[in-house]
Write a protein that binds this ligand. Structure first.
Ligand SMILES: C[S@@+](CC[C@H](N)C(=O)[O-])C[C@H]1O[C@@H](n2cnc3c(N)ncnc32)[C@H](O)[C@@H]1O
Ligand code: SF4
Length: 347
């Protein structure tokens, strides 16, 4: 049985062709699956009976529902989703006064090795398919109140760029949920070639995790700096037009590490002339890390300096920290079965 949940319009068209059906059937199928959220072919009443039967015999169109949830004292919810190979990913639903955001995952673990991130500790364990990315949206119990989606959960979206772009195309398609690309933000540490592809092929918003404006210091925190230095990332961004889409920079504030006036001055210089915003983030401590978060006062001083130089800067409120749903705390390592146990349960 092939699961077609996650197929794009073009992929459904190719499937219809293969089955000897006219191309317009693909649009009908797309609209049932992603617009009406009907995942049983027998209920797709405008398809011919023979096509419904053919599809039911050989295909399914099923998103993967979550298998566990945690609820934070602040209302944030963390959902656990099964992924291939007895693995799991997590997504966080964050309700606020005027909006409700889903923070979704794109990979099981991550290979980028950032020093401050819990997902990095898990290492890379696999890519999510388009269907697995979209399942986090489509099976969300609060889906009808969702206003925003951020690709800021487990994994580096640019390291799974095909699936990320396809998922955005489906979410924004008029026959699907028809979400505005203005309400979708993808966060990256700055992997330049797929980042440029993302900017050319979608209209979604971009967030860059910068965290330190100095080359040597950023290398210590984020190995990606050895391959794609932040200076090159910013040069690349200067070729794109951000008058119609948002560009933001995420900056976790580490006590004594990146919160000095020199860092603030260097950051202003680096971002000079770019139409962008800076989000200052509280560090969410992870076990056995020497890093500590900056005190609130230092974050406010940093913010004031950037603002005084004309850069719109906010301090992001932490959410879901008590259930490890906050930025950078997502990790499903504890849910991964030891290999021997996983093998024995396969029988
Ligand atoms: C988990 S990442 C996923 C998206 C992408 N891989 C990235 O790094 O931008 C989302 C955001 O969480 C931040 N983050 C990671 N670990 C954190 C921590 N311990 N405390 C606060 N933020 C953290 C990252 O720097 C990034 O801005
Ligand atoms: S911060 Fe992002 S890129 Fe770095 S290890 Fe975590 S998930 Fe991966």
């Amino acid at each position: 049985m092939t699961n077609i949940f996650g197929y794009t319009m073009e992929e459904l068209e190719a499937l219809m062709k293969e089955l000897g059906e006219p191309a317009f059937r693909a649009k009908q199928l797309f609209s049932w699956i992603y617009g009406h959220m009907v995942w049983d072919f027998s209920l797709m009443t405008n398809l011919s009976k023979s096509l419904r039967e053919k599809l039911s015999a050989e295909y399914s169109a099923q998103p993967v529902p979550h298998s566990h949830e945690d609820i934070s004292s602040d209302g944030t919810k963390k959902y656990l989703y099964p992924a291939p190979g007895s693995k799991f990913v997590e997504a966080a639903y964050i309700p606020e006064e005027t909006r409700a955001t889903l923070c979704l995952s794109t990979q099981v673990g991550c290979k980028m090795g950032c020093l401050f991130c819990m997902t990095a500790r898990q290492g890379f364990q696999g890519q999510l398919s388009v269907g697995e990315i979209l399942s986090q949206v489509y099976t969300l119990p609060e889906r009808s109140s969702l206003t925003n989606i951020v690709y800021m959960g487990m994994g580096e979206p640019m390291d799974n760029i095909d699936a990320v772009i396809k998922s955005i195309r489906i979410l924004t398609h008029p026959e699907g949920l028809h979400m505005s690309a203005k309400r979708i933000t993808v966060s990256t540490i700055g992997v330049i070639p797929p980042m440029e592809r993302f900017l050319r092929e979608t209209r979604a918003q971009l967030a860059i995790s910068i965290h330190n404006p100095f080359d040597g210091q950023r290398r210590q925190l984020m190995p990606v700096q050895n391959v794609y230095p932040i200076e090159d990332v910013i040069e690349s961004l200067r070729q794109f037009d951000f008058s119609q889409r948002k560009l933001s920079f995420e900056y976790i504030m580490f006590d004594g590490e990146n919160d000095t006036p020199e860092h603030a001055r260097r950051l202003v210089k680096l971002l000079n002339g770019l139409r962008c915003k800076v989000n200052l983030i509280h560090f969410h401590p992870i076990p056995d890390s020497p890093l500590k978060g900056s005190p609130r006062k230092k974050m406010e001083e940093f913010q004031s300096f950037l603002k005084s130089r004309g850069i719109m800067t906010t301090i992001r409120r932490s959410r879901g920290e008590d259930i490890q749903a906050a930025c950078g705390l997502l990790s499903t390592l504890k849910h991964v079965k030891p290999a021997i146990q996983a093998e024995s349960t396969d029988f």
